[in-house]
Design a protein around this ligand. Structure first.
Ligand SMILES: CC(C)(COP(=O)(O)OP(=O)(O)OC[C@H]1O[C@@H](n2cnc3c(N)ncnc32)[C@H](O)[C@@H]1OP(=O)(O)O)[C@@H](O)C(=O)NCCC(=O)NCCS
Length: 198
């Protein structure tokens, strides 16, 4: 019986593979410790101290609540006054993931830059950058897919799956997300959301 060709996960160091260098293993261990332990530390300051050293860049006064999960954190860039509510997942494996100033990301949102190519015989992965522009608000449990740009001040409704770019100040919702309205706010606020023990 002939062995099946092994599928390759781009951007994912595989434990036990011949190329698995100690540095890659240490990086995997570091991510495990952050995603499963440090990320749940109940105080903002020590969590932020670690997050600042992990991400590609991070701006002024971030509000990052408990349970952030990151993949390839060096590709993740946060602007000023960003809110990441509880349990947000940010994936930088497929390319740059940039989040602008005053972006508000609700609980359990997932933002992906990597996915499998459904038509590829070897189930290979493909990646694409994601950009979330200033003042965007992403609602509870929304999913942002690889390659998407969410425009300035746009709103993604709770539960939406965003597969296409969202124009500035558009409100989109549903699966796949479609335009359901227009945001009228002049976007004059500055985010600040650091509740205790969250
Ligand atoms: C989208 C949202 C912001 C409401 O915006 P709005 O402009 O006030 O929208 P409306 O309530 O007037 O609804 C407009 C249309 O969108 C639809 N809609 C509202 N929320 C929707 C959702 N989550 N998914 C799909 N469609 C939705 C409404 O049914 C309505 O459709 P209709 O015109 O056919 O009746 C709100 O529904 C939402 O998703 N908020 C996120 C809540 C959240 O995540 N909270 C936690 C973080 S603070």
């Amino acid at each position: 019986m002939s062995a099946l060709p092994q599928k390759k996960h781009q951007g994912l160091p595989v434990i036990g593979s011949p190329s698995g260098a100690w540095g890659a293993r240490a990086a995997i261990l570091g991510l495990y410790l952050f995603n499963r332990w440090f990320s749940f530390f109940p105080f903002h300051a020590p969590r932020l101290w670690i997050i600042r050293r992990m991400l590609g860049s991070i701006g002024k006064f971030p509000s990052i609540l408990i349970g952030l999960e990151v993949r390839s954190p060096r590709n993740i860039h946060l602007g000023d006054y960003v809110v990441l509510n509880r349990g947000v997942l940010l994936d930088g494996r497929g390319g740059r993931l940039s989040i602008g100033n005053n972006v508000d990301i609700a609980q359990d949102v997932a933002i992906w830059t990597l996915e499998h190519d459904v038509h590829d015989d070897l189930h290979q992965t493909r990646g694409a950058e994601v950009h979330i522009e200033d003042y965007a608000w992403i609602g509870f449990r929304a999913v942002i897919m690889p390659g998407v740009k969410v425009g300035r001040g746009a709103v993604v409704a709770a539960g939406a799956v965003v597969t296409r770019d969202v124009p500035a100040k558009a409100i989109v919702g549903g699966v796949p997300a479609k335009r359901i309205g227009e945001r009228r706010s002049e976007l004059k606020y500055q985010n600040n959301h650091r509740p205790w023990f969250q």
